[in-house]
Design a protein around this ligand. Structure first.
Ligand code: CUA
Length: 375
């Protein structure tokens, strides 16, 4: 029998789906389309065949226990169902005989066996389970702390040096304790290659401890249904060889990106929770159908969306409320970003909005080049 067949078949069927959901993060990393990147073995009797790569220090322990419980269950399943079937056949009613077979009331040897053997197995499961649970939950002292913010529908990661990224960048063999918070509803952090999953609860911190042992790009996803965009709430987790390599990736140098790219990053970090770029209304209006268009307001005259209006909406969101998104004279659902986004940041957001309207309308030159030209 070809054990590989069902999996190969499943992969072919999902190819189309995979293409549709493929996603690139802001630093250009492609988020793995599947959480299952098998370890390259064709032996179906190993965990590596069925599960994603073992990329954290305790992934091997988790798989070991899983496979252990699986095989024990399989052996008992076959033994119990086998004996049951055999007895059903052997002691079935035959001919005219309707008296039951005599049955023994007691067998000390069998009773001791079926009490002691399962007890030993259960204690083993508990012991191995508890041991790896502690390894997963108790961070090493030297673990660095990375702050994780989950929101509808995305992630931001703040590194010890203050850099912010929309992907999780880790360093191989460096233990990390993620301090996680939610801006809105329940989410759940999940990287299957690390065998680590932890709910993120609004109003409190939760922690996830990881010690990555393999470089690579892994899929990080939200694992708790959190609304319409739940399935889009995924990003890449990249494990780097060295700290330098990681710094290179998390550092965002404004001058080495185009204005629209800078705007996209600001959008992803600050705006994408409420404003979509696919034309769909979110908590606020979609940003791709805004720039240069006519906007209607609750209790104010319509106007054409220009730079002054964008700046006003970001700094004083309650000044004009777009029709259908609130009540005139009442505070906007959006908080003011004055003090958070500078006028220069707003410039970049505007460039990104222009780009969303018409990709050819913006420059593909980096800020650096533009500045050199100006001087
Ligand atoms: Cu966040 Cu599902």
């Amino acid at each position: 029998m070809n054990w590989q067949l069902p999996l190969v078949f499943a992969q072919d069927v999902t190819t189309d789906l995979v293409e549709r959901v493929q996603k690139t993060t802001i630093d250009g990393t492609t988020v793995p389309e599947s959480s299952v990147i098998r370890g390259g073995t064709s032996n179906p009797f190993t965990a590596e065949y069925w599960f994603p790569e073992q990329a954290s220090s305790f992934a091997g322990e988790v798989d070991y226990l899983f496979m252990g419980i699986f095989w024990i269950s399989l052996v008992f399943f076959i033994a119990i169902v086998g004996v049951m079937t055999y007895f059903c056949l052997k002691y079935r009613r035959k001919g005219d005989k309707i008296e039951p077979e005599p049955s023994s009331s007691h067998n000390t040897a069998i009773e001791i066996l079926w009490s002691v053997l399962p007890s030993i197995l259960l204690v083993w499961m508990f012991y191995v389970g508890a041991e790896s649970y502690f390894n997963m939950r108790i961070p090493k002292e030297e673990a660095e702390e990375i702050k994780v913010t989950a929101y509808q529908f995305g992630w931001t990661f703040t590194y010890p040096n203050g850099d912010i990224a929309t992907e999780l960048h880790l360093v191989k063999d460096r233990p990390v304790n993620l301090r996680m918070q939610s801006k809105d509803v329940l989410h759940s952090f999940y990287v299957s290659a690390f065998r680590q999953k932890q709910d993120i609860v609004p109003g409190r911190y939760t922690y996830a401890y990881i010690e990555p042992i393999k470089t690579g790009v892994y899929r990080l996803s939200c694992n708790e249904y959190c609304g319409e965009g739940h399935s889009k709430m995924r990003t890449a987790c990249i494990v780097h060889e060295t700290e330098e390599e990681r710094k290179e990736k998390t550092k965002w140098i404004v001058s080495s990106h185009t204005p629209a790219e800078n705007g996209k990053r600001i959008y992803q970090i600050h705006c994408s929770g409420c404003h979509n770029i696919d034309g769909q209304a979110g908590t606020g209006p979609a940003l791709n159908l805004t720039w240069g268009r006519n906007a209607e307001f609750e209790g104010a005259d319509p106007l054409t969306v220009d730079a002054d209006y964008v700046l006003e909406s970001i700094w004083e969101p309650s000044a004009k409320i777009v029709k259908g998104y609130g009540v005139a004279g009442q505070p906007s659902k959006m908080n003011s970003f004055k003090g958070v986004l500078s006028q220069e940041d707003v410039d970049y957001v505007i460039e990104y909005m222009k780009f969303l309207q018409d990709p050819s309308s913006t420059t593909d030159k980096k800020v650096e080049e533009l500045e050199t030209e100006k001087n």
